[in-house]
Design a protein around this ligand. Structure first.
Ligand SMILES: [Zn+2]
Length: 115
């Protein structure tokens, strides 16, 4: 039976939707929460499916804190779009990735996974 290994990390990122009901939003910031869920079929000798610190560093390198997301991506950085973008980046390194959850703020988030 597999494990779902989860890393949940908070970031301070700014963004603006490029088309919010017809016009660009003003730039603003949120404390975002990103969860990555990766399937582990076996554990190493220490009992780990994946090294949390490695996963943490991978996420930090992918999108550093205090970034304007619009400078990094060439689409409107909604929670939905960011979940898909992060999923594709994490999947390249961790092929057993199950899903990515991006919370733009408490109570407002989006999940992305492949059916
Ligand atoms: Zn926002």
């Amino acid at each position: 039976m597999p494990w779902n290994v989860i890393v949940k990390k908070q970031f301070n990122w700014a963004h603006f939707l490029t088309d919010y009901h017809g016009s660009p939003e003003p730039i603003h910031g949120h404390t975002w929460t990103v969860e990555i869920h990766i399937k582990a079929h076996q554990l190493d000798a220490g009992g780990m499916g994946f090294d949390f610190i490695e996963l943490d560093n991978f996420l930090k390198d992918l999108l550093p804190d205090y970034t304007l997301l619009n400078d990094i991506v060439d689409f409107s950085p909604s929670a939905e779009n960011m979940a898909k973008w992060i999923y594709e980046k994490v999947k390249e390194k961790y092929p057993t990735l199950l899903k990515v959850v991006v919370w733009e703020k408490e109570g407002c988030g989006a999940e992305y996974w492949e059916d």
